[in-house]
Design a protein around this ligand. Sequence first.
Ligand SMILES: Cc1cc2nc3c(=O)[nH]c(=O)nc-3n(C[C@H](O)[C@H](O)[C@H](O)COP(=O)(O)OP(=O)(O)OC[C@H]3O[C@@H](n4cnc5c(N)ncnc54)[C@H](O)[C@@H]3O)c2cc1C
Length: 313
Amino acid sequence: MRFDVPMRKHTSWRAGGVARRMYRPADLDDLLVFLRTLPEDEPLVAVGLGSNLLVRDGGLRGTVLLLHGALTELRLAADGTIYVEAGVAGAKLARFASLQNLRGAEFFAGIPGTVGGMLAMNAGCYGSEIWERVSQVRTVNRCGELRTRTAEDYEIAYRHVALKEKGEGRREQGDAAAEGLTLPPSPFPLPHEEFFVSATMKFEAGDGDAARQEIKALLAKRIASQPLNLPNAGSVFRNPPNDFAARLIQQCGLKGKRIGGAQVSEKHANFIVNTGDATAADIENMINEVRATVAAQTGVQLHPEVRIIGEAA
Ligand SMILES: Cc1cc2nc3c(=O)[nH]c(=O)nc-3n(C[C@H](O)[C@H](O)[C@H](O)COP(=O)(O)OP(=O)(O)OC[C@H]3O[C@@H](n4cnc5c(N)ncnc54)[C@H](O)[C@@H]3O)c2cc1C
């Protein structure tokens, strides 16, 4: 547990306020014990690599559950599926799958997030999305109850994942940490607030060398088209149906526009970069400015893909 941790160190935008408390569990059992002792009213937010996250300059009052570098198990199961914990980065998963001569995980290489963050966002690119590969996930709620769930328990769409109201899942029995511990009664009738702790994923057997070639090609494509030399959070807005947010933003003449240290990238109009000293407010103001201009000039309402949390300074 650490206190007053600057979230700019844990977000790819390298901006934002301080988290009052930050807990990185040693492993899954440790996480379960931690959650079971957490006060009911403590705000809790899971953070992976912070590559889709803007934390306002006033920071976060509650506890950040930092899962990157915490839940790191990654293995090939006997049935050929991959068991991967939430803190594993996409690039590592892509490489691991290629080393097992599995195909279909290449696209994860270019998404700079964790498996947990990718599950929460239904991350994807080049025509693939993470949930297409999921056989089941394990989740934990803030009372420390583990569940096994499948895609049927969720509403899943483009960059959208939400637990269905009746998504009860299957409560796991006999997990190591639960044994000998008395579970507090759940204050939630349904586990509304859950975090992903692992996924079981399926891929096709294939040629690992070809997979690694494809990873290289996908990364080269990203380097050519994205402003990776400056802190950013990837695409800021979701693409509207049958169109591209970048096209609309560029059409409105917003490329290169600056507010404080935040700038609409010259290289990719749907990226906002931190030119050095951007505050979270600069970035959020730029997001609002882009939305307002695109709505006024084209009539299209853009919706942010990035998650904005915390309090204004
Ligand atoms: C250069 C760049 C390129 C990118 N390209 C792509 C792309 O091609 N496709 C794409 O989809 N995205 C892309 N992104 C965005 C980002 O990488 C993805 O959204 C990724 O899934 C975020 O993962 P993360 O671990 O960083 O999540 P974070 O940013 O840490 O968190 C994102 C959200 O997920 C929640 N969350 C995190 N972990 C968990 C968990 N274990 N359980 C429940 N909720 C959790 C957080 O609370 C937050 O709401 C890009 C970002 C960058 C910087």
